[in-house]
Design a protein around this ligand. Sequence first.
Ligand code: TA6
Length: 278
Amino acid sequence: MIEYKKLSNGFEYIEIKNSLAYAKIALQGAHIFHYEQNSKEPILWLSETSDFEIGKSIRGGVPICWPWFGLNKDDSLPQHGFARTSIWGVANTDERSADITLITLKLEYSKESLKLWPYKFELELHVSISDRLTMELKTTNIDEKSFEITQALHTYFSVSDILHVAIRGLDKKPYLDALTFKKEIQSGDITFNQEVDRVYQEVSDEVLLKDKNRILHVENEGSCSVVVWNPWIAKCKRMSAMRDDAYKSMLCIESANAFEDERVIKSNESLTLKATIY
Ligand code: TA6
């Protein structure tokens, strides 16, 4: 089943259901904001106080940070780029089988985007909804000149209790601690008892999120960097569209090309960042 929905304020999204999964994708930002494998707890976290308004990124799900991750040198430009607050089009839908639904959403450069970022591009998100959630973010440079991007699939995961989870697979990886701006090396699993905001590099293996009753897998391709974030108490209070206690039930493992993992795309070439979650 694929259904197009529109809220009373005009906010549009697509509802997808098949024999193995249920998902929702907003046209704004090609933003997947719900994904669950049938009859299981949702895998993506969604804030109870998220906006569903044109021009405001949904808090939770998988925001697409593109064509830059984090702050831009020009602080008049939006953090994490403009893709997540742009209206994408549905380029293709394919109910491939009872178990698999494929959706392609597309964003192209415009007069407005050229004012923010002076390059001609095509951006596609290829989504496969099944017992796995696969996202492929494909950037094509249709300009005459090369351009450089940083990007992330900024995935918010739902967890039972932040005190009872661990992230495995980043042991011995170097990371930039965004709180101290120091470079560190990860030792063992990542557990949480304070704010964590780290950009790991040299990542090639899958990352595991070990929760009380489930282990989630994050497999990346076209990416050597992974961002791990939990706002903890103080920052959570400062975040928009997050309840004060939201930090207890979420964390982000973001499949990225961030910082040293920035990518240059030559004219008429493409780059795909892929994440598979299950
Ligand atoms: O990826 C981690 C991070 O950069 C945090 O520092 C925090 O700002 C988070 O992203 C959310 O950013 P947003 O712009 O969605 O509020």
